[in-house]
Write a protein of this length. Structure first.
Length: 114
């Protein structure tokens, strides 16, 4: 079976993505999906600050050496833009290569992510 473009792009075995699902996509589920050959995303929105998200990222890294990402919700009615900035900071500092966003354009964060 020829690998799909998404598999090649993300370095995964199967074209299966598990998006950020609030309290469900924690380290255990994300690592399990990664170990099975898919790509899963931690949900940043359940973390109250950058350090909490950083701890979840680090815990996931102890459970898998496979690719995984973080989902950052940027809903238009989000009043606390500081926490969104903190989430992006944690992703960059932890050197994650995959980020999923929702709610609005992440354009202002693209230079930071590159």
């Amino acid at each position: 079976m020829k690998p799909s473009r998404i598999c090649e792009m993300f370095g995964i075995k199967h074209p299966v993505l598990c998006g950020g699902m609030q309290g469900v996509t924690r380290a255990e589920l994300v690592a399990a999906v990664a170990e099975a050959g898919g790509l899963a995303f931690l949900s940043a929105a359940i973390h109250l600050d950058k350090e909490s998200l950083r701890e979840e990222i680090r815990q996931t890294k102890t459970m898998t050496d496979k690719p995984f990402g973080v989902n950052i919700s940027m809903l238009p009615n989000s009043e606390n833009l500081d926490i969104i900035n903190q989430y992006f900071g944690a992703v960059v500092e932890e050197k994650l290569t995959v980020v999923e966003t929702s709610g609005r354009s992440p354009e202002q964060y693209i230079p930071m992510l590159r």
